[in-house]
Unconditional design. Structure first.
Ligand code: DQA
Length: 138
């Protein structure tokens, strides 16, 4: 089965309690469970991870080179700051989907720029936790 790496950046471990009006009430572990179930139903193996550390995310992207069939990444705040994540993603040849729970374009201007979008095949944002399933379908 094709393997999809789902990466989640800083503070997403707090989902459920973190600004629920913006990010919804589902926990990251509930999203992981749903992603695994949905992936299985459409023939995908899911490797779901979260880190608050930029370096760890870069390490995981590097280890995905040649070993996974797709990457879904919610880089969280690193979306708007991380040249290191951009550079790591440039080394990956599989499809990359950038994902955000919230619609970053309807929020503060500093969230409108993404370092990741130039290397993403597609961007999904604003659909809350359902976005993870949409990304798997995509
Ligand atoms: C986010 C949007 C980012 O701007 C923010 O820093 C996050 C989460 C989202 O999923 O909506 O932490 O990536």
């Amino acid at each position: 089965m094709p393997k999809i790496l789902i990466l989640n950046g800083p503070n997403l471990n707090l989902l459920g309690n973190r600004e629920p009006e913006t990010y919804g009430r589902e926990t990251l572990s509930a999203i992981e469970t749903k992603s695994g179930q949905h992936g299985e139903s459409i023939g995908l193996t899911i490797d779901f991870r979260q880190s608050n550390s930029e370096g760890e995310l870069v390490d995981w992207i590097q280890s995905a080179i040649g070993t996974v069939d797709g990457i879904i990444i919610n880089p969280a705040a690193y979306t708007h700051t991380s040249v290191a994540i951009l550079d790591a993603l440039k080394q990956v040849s599989c499809p990359i989907i950038e994902l955000h729970l919230s619609n970053i374009f309807s929020r503060e201007p500093f969230r409108h720029h993404s370092y990741v979008s130039p290397v993403a095949n597609g961007v999904i944002c604003g659909f809350g936790a359902h976005g993870y399933l949409l990304a798997l379908d995509a």
